[in-house]
Design a protein around this ligand. Structure first.
Ligand code: KIV
Length: 259
């Protein structure tokens, strides 16, 4: 059965952890979906891991639509959530509505994700949800604001920042967000937010007390040039691919392939 937003709420109540991985093309989506991942996130981290950009800021809505279409074609069971890229939604709720509408209509994703909280994103989430577009929120380290945050540091480390984040999380949930990503924040803060919300929290570098966990798939597979401190590689695919490619080159050069 395909994963639905209602199913995520039930899993939160049942304390059944939710799994989320990023995907950026058809082949990867098909493998992740077949392996039973609950949510495929067409995250804007694809800017770095699939397109070679330095940050997520360079990614355009057109590029996102193209990648999201491929991911949707590769997924049968997982809920497909897509990041709204930088400057495709920050201007106004109406701009967010147009961009999200394109991702749902043209790419066929099930929901969108926006970064940030007070005051603008709360209004934006409300506007999208009122018009039938499901939204996942994202608080803590929000990479689209990396200049404003002076880099990729842990967030919510002072009492005032933690208090503000809890209020923002509650406001996003009240505005209708169906889930909330918490990135690179102290685990006791993530636990507090998780306990106070009726919607699921999905942690990345936020400790074990969230309702689910998300990682960038390139990090899980050992494909990234660089990994954040909270990532966990489960396999070294870069090494396996290099070894396989070297064997192929050697076979061809020595006349061993084709036989
Ligand atoms: O773009 C992305 O991969 C993300 C996850 C890190 C949550 O937003």
């Amino acid at each position: 059965m395909a994963v639905t937003i209602r199913q995520l709420q039930v899993w939160k109540q049942q304390q059944r952890p939710i799994t989320v991985l990023t995907a950026w093309d058809y082949a990867l989506a098909k493998i992740l979906d077949g392996a039973g991942v609950d949510i495929l996130l067409v995250g804007d981290s694809l800017a770095m891991v699939a397109l070679g950009y330095e940050t997520t800021l360079s990614l355009t809505l057109e590029e996102m639509v193209y990648h999201a279409q491929a991911v949707v074609r590769g997924s049968q069971q997982a809920l497909v959530v897509c990041d709204l890229p930088f400057m495709s939604y920050q201007e106004s709720p109406q701009q967010a509505l147009r961009s999200a509408g394109r991702l749902l209509q043209r790419a066929g994703v099930n929901a969108v994700k926006v970064e940030g909280g007070y005051p603008d994103m709360v209004a934006t989430v409300h506007c999208l949800v009122e018009r039938g577009i499901p939204v996942m929120g994202h608080l803590g380290l929000t990479p689209q604001s990396m200049h404003q945050l002076s880099g990729y540091h842990r967030q919510g480390t002072t009492k005032s920042a933690a208090d503000r984040m809890l209020c923002e999380a509650e406001a996003l949930a009240a505005a209708g967000a169906f889930a909330l990503v918490l990135e690179h924040i102290p685990m006791d803060l993530a636990a507090k937010i998780t306990e106070s919300l009726s919607i699921p929290t999905i942690g990345i570098g936020a400790g074990p007390h969230c309702d689910g966990q998300v990682l960038v798939t390139a990090d899980v597979l050992g494909l990234s040039d660089w990994q954040p401190p909270f990532a966990k590689p489960y396999v070294d695919l870069r090494q396996s691919i290099q070894a396989a490619v070297q064997c192929f080159c050697e076979d061809v050069r020595k006349g061993k392939f084709p036989e």
